[in-house]
Design a protein around this ligand. Structure first.
Ligand SMILES: [Zn+2]
Length: 508
C-alpha cells in the first residue's frame, strides 16, 4: 500500500503493508508515500538509528508532550524543520499540531502543506522504543530524583533480608509513599502509548486518504487476550497453589507458574500435575534474594544454573524476582519470552512501566508485559479492600484490544481479598467470547507467527499472508473524522486492537 525510503517501525509492528525502496545512504529524513503515486504527497520524518542516534545532528533528545501523550526521544525543532521545509513541498507549510517541552514551551510541530505533505518532527520507532525499554526514565529527569531512585532501591534490597516480615511490609509501604507522586506513568491506567498508536494510525490513514489495513494483535477473531501467571515465592507458596489453581480449574483456564530453583524444593510431581492440566512452568530467578539480576557480573555467574533449570523444567519463559530488569540484559537470558515488565508500576520496588497492553520484541525475545497491579501491591502495600481496580483495568484493556496479563502469588492467597478478588476477576470474563484465554508460551508463539506475517493484496482484496494466514485477521485504521483534524478534537475513545469505532473487522 505504501512505499518507504527507510524502514518504518510503526508499520513493522502493526504489520501495515509497505514496500521498502533503496534509501539514499546518509539521508537524514525518511520518506513514505502511496505506492504507485511517486509524484503524490509524502510523509517525512527524521530517521533515528537505534545505535548511532539521529541522522539530523541538531535533533534534541528529551521529554516532550503533544496534546494527548508524552513524546520521548529526539525531536527536530522548528528552526531545523523550517530550513528543511523551505526546500520541499508546495510551500504554505503550517503547524498542524504542536510539540511542547519543559514548561509548555513550544519546540517543534507536525507540519502540513496544501498538497497533503506531512512532516513529523520525530521518529515514531524511537518513541515506541523509549516506552518499551523504559528508556524515558533516563531522559530529561530532574537530576536529583534520578540519583535518588536507584539509591532507594539499593537501600531497600540492602536492608530487606535483615528485616522481619512485618517490617519489610512497612518498609515497602514507606517506599510506596515516597513514590506516590508519579506524574508518569499514571496508575492503574496509563493510555499514553496506545493514544500515540491511535493518533499515528489516524494520521497515516488521513495521509493515505483511505482506510489502512493491518494485522490484528490476536488470532481467530478474538478482540483481546487474557493470560494468567503466578510466581511462587516460598515453600509456603508451593503448598498453597490450590488456593489459586482451584478457581482456575473450575473455570477451565490454564496458567503459567514460575518457580525459584534454589530457594525451596520444587517437586517434580507438582510440575507434572500442573503440566498435565495444560499449565506452563517458568523460571523465577535463581535464589530470589535481590541479587539474581543485581549486576551483570552476578547475572553471568547465576545464568548457567538458571538455564539448566529451564531445560530440566522445559521452561520457555522467565520472570525476574521483584521485576528487576535491564533492557539490554533480558535477551541474554536465553528464554523465548520474558514477563518482567509492567505497563505501569509506580509502586513496585523497581518502578516504571512500558505503557504497553500488547507484547513486543526485545531482540529475538518476546516481552509480555504484566498489565494488572500485582496482588501484594494492590492489597497489602496500597491497602485496597476489594478487586475494583482489577475489574476497572480489565474493562480498559478489553476496550483497547490489549492483553490482560495477571500476576498473583499463592503465597499471598491466604488473604481472602486476593483469593476472592481473583475469583471475581476470572468470573468477570467467564462468558466473554471475544477473549482469548492463552498461556504465556501460546501468546509468545503467536506473536512470532504474527511478526513473520503480513498483509498482501491478492485478487483485489487484502489478505493475511505468512504463517499467521490461517488464524490472522485484518483490521482497518480510519482517517481523522475531518481531514487534518487531530485526534483530540475527534471522538474520544479510539481502539488500536478491538472493535471500536475506528477499527473494524475486514470486509470482503
Ligand atoms: Zn517473586
Amino acid at each position: 500500500m505504501f512505499a518507504s525510503s527507510h524502514s518504518f517501525g510503526f508499520f513493522d509492528y502493526f504489520r501495515v503493508p509497505y514496500r521498502l525502496t533503496s534509501a539514499r545512504p546518509g539521508s537524514a529524513f525518511g520518506r513514505l508515500w502511496l505506492a504507485g503515486d511517486q509524484g503524490g504527497p509524502s510523509l517525512v520524518w527524521p530517521v533515528v538509528d537505534p545505535v548511532r542516534g539521529p541522522a539530523v545532528r541538531e535533533a534534541l533528545p528529551g521529554r516532550y508532550a503533544m496534546e494527548r501523550f508524552p513524546v520521548f526521544g529526539h525531536v527536530t525543532g522548528d528552526r531545523v524543520a523550517r530550513r528543511f521545509l523551505a526546500g520541499w513541498g508546495e510551500g504554505g507549510w503550517r503547524k498542524a499540531e504542536l510539540v511542547t517541552g519543559a514548561g509548555g514551551r513550544e519546540v517543534a510541530a507536525v507540519w502540513r502543506d496544501g498538497a497533503g505533505n506531512v512532516f513529523l518532527p520525530f521518529d515514531p520507532a524511537e518513541v515506541m522504543h523509549q516506552y518499551w525499554s523504559e528508556g524515558y526514565k533516563g531522559i530529561g529527569q530532574p537530576a536529583l530524583r534520578r540519583a535518588l531512585r536507584p539509591a532507594l532501591v539499593r537501600g531497600y534490597y540492602g536492608i530487606r533480608p535483615l528485616l522481619p516480615r512485618a517490617a519489610q511490609i512497612a518498609a515497602r509501604r514507606m517506599f510506596a509513599r515516597f513514590q506516590q507522586r508519579p506524574e508518569f506513568p499514571a496508575w492503574p491506567v496509563e493510555t499514553a502509548l496506545h493514544d500515540f498508536y491511535d493518533w499515528l494510525f489516524r494520521l497515516v490513514a488521513d495521509f493515505a486518504g483511505r482506510p489502512v489495513p493491518w494485522l490484528a494483535p490476536w488470532p481467530a477473531g478474538y478482540s483481546w487476550a487474557i493470560v494468567l501467571t503466578h510466581d511462587v515465592e516460598t515453600a509456603g507458596g508451593c503448598r498453597d497453589i490450590e488456593l489459586l489453581r482451584a478457581p482456575e480449574r473450575a473455570a477451565g483456564r490454564p496458567s503459567g507458574w514460575n518457580f525459584v530453583p534454589l530457594r525451596y524444593t520444587v517437586e517434580n510431581d507438582l510440575l507434572d500435575r500442573l503440566r498435565a492440566e495444560g499449565c506452563e512452568i517458568g523460571v523465577h530467578g535463581l535464589r530470589h534474594d535481590g541479587r539474581d539480576l543485581g549486576s551483570l557480573r552476578q547475572l553471568r555467574k547465576r545464568l548457567p544454573a538458571m538455564r539448566a533449570y529451564a531445560q530440566r523444567w522445559k521452561a520457555t519463559g522467565f520472570r525476574a524476582p521483584a521485576t528487576q530488569r535491564n533492557w539490554s540484559w533480558m535477551p541474554m537470558l536465553g528464554f523465548e519470552h520474558d514477563m518482567s515488565y509492567h505497563d505501569t508500576a509506580p509502586y513496585e520496588p523497581t518502578p516504571g512501566g512500558t505503557c504497553s497492553y500488547l507484547p513486543f520484541f526485545n531482540g529475538t525475545m518476546v516481552e509480555l508485559p504484566i498489565t494488572q497491579p500485582q496482588d501484594h501491591t494492590l492489597f497489602t502495600i496500597l491497602g485496597h479492600s476489594d478487586a475494583q481496580v482489577w475489574l476497572t483495568k480489565a474493562t480498559e484493556i478489553r476496550k483497547r484490544g490489549g492483553m490482560m496479563l495477571v500476576l498473583t502469588h499463592p503465597d499471598y492467597a491466604g488473604d481472602p481479598r486476593v483469593a476472592g478478588g481473583y475469583r471475581q476477576l476470572l468470573d468477570s470474563a467467564a462468558g466473554d467470547t471475544e477473549a482469548w484465554w492463552a498461556t504465556p508460551a501460546q501468546v509468545s508463539a503467536w506473536w512470532r507467527r504474527r511478526a513473520q506475517s503480513g498483509v498482501a493484496l491478492s485478487r483485489g482484496g487484502w489478505r493475511v499472508s505468512g504463517p499467521a494466514a490461517a488464524e490472522g485477521r485484518l483490521l482497518f485504521a480510519e482517517p481523522f473524522a475531518e481531514p487534518g483534524v487531530p485526534a483530540a478534537s475527534a471522538a474520544g475513545n479510539t481502539n488500536t486492537g478491538g472493535r471500536g469505532q475506528h477499527a473494524r473487522p475486514a470486509r470482503r
